[in-house]
Write a protein that binds this ligand. Structure first.
Ligand SMILES: Cc1ncc(COP(=O)(O)O)c(C=O)c1O
Length: 384
């Protein structure tokens, strides 16, 4: 156990227990209390979103977006195949048809230039996923959305504290660009609360309804503010809000955002520097951050030459007590969806599914552990 290098470890920042005690002492542990408001205003300030609502997961935030965009049976929604099932499920639950697009050859994110050809009269939304916290080209996506009057819902599950750099070199926080943006605070993310998420609402006209959908279809949030004198059932909705215990934990994590981020980026750079000779020999493909994107240190991935090499490398590292993992399996080929897919080949999504490898990444990795991972990989490729 002592020598084991875990792929992920949920790390505490120090204040989590204090804040949870404080929440319990406050007499309100259900949702939408003081810590929820503090987290929401932290995220509103750091992203310039018009409104933020905490959710129990990114999955919930995506489901809220689908309701708020009034997705209906028969609507089409465009998204990458190389993503987590929640990106698609949220829209399937409302009866949408999912149209999957391939990844970029240079990056696992969606190939923005293939989106417009997939737009039909039934298309209602585009869901870009900022894979590894690296932005999609939001200028290209926004232009397609404007031309065809589509919603843009950014799946920013991995993209806290990361930015899109537009043509004027302005850094725009991910999640704040489309109509809606969704974050995950699952324990594998940079900022975590065990399970947790947030929805960013970026257009004022969606704010009122978002609070209703969040609170089980009732206008309870308006009632607590004193805007209405009684509350009742006014729309569809669900129980999307987390308890104050989750919000208290999350607030401690958010307060330490800078420290966490600095360490993660340092780890990312140490991997990148340490593996340069392997990358130059083209034995592994390095992660790529396009000039319009920033790196938030969410993930260090590399692309192997084949699925076989990836499996051998994972097994080789495992023998050295180093846990590396692969990631998404293309959704167009997933057991649930393959019969529904329109048959287009999506070769890059398949390539990343079979060849992408993720290295251990959490803020408590020590420099000597990082060096052990680098030398493990170097040994694998350089041993005869
Ligand atoms: C791109 C993407 N979207 C959504 C999710 C779902 O997040 P959550 O576990 O917070 O529901 C994940 C989970 O890792 C993800 O990678």
């Amino acid at each position: 156990m002592k020598n084991m290098i875990l792929f992920n470890k949920p790390c505490l920042t120090g204040k989590e227990f204090d804040y949870i005690h404080e929440a319990i002492g406050s007499g309100q542990i259900s949702g939408n209390g003081q810590f929820t408001k503090q987290c929401q205003s932290f995220l509103e300030k750091s992203t310039s979103a018009k409104k933020c609502l905490l959710t129990t997961s990114c999955t919930d935030a995506l489901e809220m977006s689908a309701i708020l965009a009034r997705i209906e049976p028969g609507d089409e929604v465009i998204m990458p195949s190389f993503t987590f099932p929640s990106t698609a499920n949220a829209f399937i639950l409302r009866g949408a048809k999912i149209v999957f697009i391939d990844s970029r050859p240079d990056h696992p994110g969606v190939d923005e230039r293939q989106i417009e050809a997939a737009v039909t009269e039934r298309t209602k939304a585009i869901v870009p996923v900022h894979y590894a916290g690296v932005a999609c080209d939001m200028d290209v996506i926004a232009a397609v959305a404007t031309r065809h009057a589509l919603f843009v819902i950014e799946d920013a599950a991995q993209a806290i504290d990361s930015f899109f750099i537009d043509a004027t070199k302005k850094r725009i926080p991910l999640g704040s660009i489309g109509e809606f943006g969704t974050f995950s605070f699952h324990e594998t993310k940079n900022i975590q609360a065990g399970e947790g998420g947030a929805l960013l609402i970026n257009r004022p006209e969606h704010i009122e309804r978002s609070e209703i959908v969040w609170e089980k279809g009732t206008n309870r949030a308006a009632f607590w503010r004193g805007d209405v004198d009684k509350y009742g059932w006014v729309d569809i909705g669900s129980s999307f809000l987390p308890s104050e215990l989750t919000a208290a934990f999350l607030y401690a994590q958010l307060e330490a955002l800078r420290t966490t981020q600095d360490r993660r980026i340092d780890i990312w750079n140490q991997y990148n520097d340490g593996l340069q000779s392997i990358f130059q020999q083209a034995k592994l493909r390095a992660p790529y951050v396009p000039s319009f994107a920033t790196n938030n240190g969410h993930m260090f991935y590399a692309v192997c030459e084949s699925e076989r090499i990836r499996a051998d490398l994972i097994a080789f590292l495992r023998k050295k007590d180093i846990y590396s993992v692969f990631h998404y399996q293309s959704l167009h080929a997933a057991p649930y969806f393959q019969a529904l897919h329109d048959g287009r080949d999506l070769p890059w999504a398949d390539a990343y599914s079979s060849r992408l490898l993720r290295l251990p990444m959490h803020p408590e990795l020590t420099n000597s552990q990082i060096a052990r991972v680098v030398s493990g990989i170097t040994d694998f490729f350089n041993s005869p």
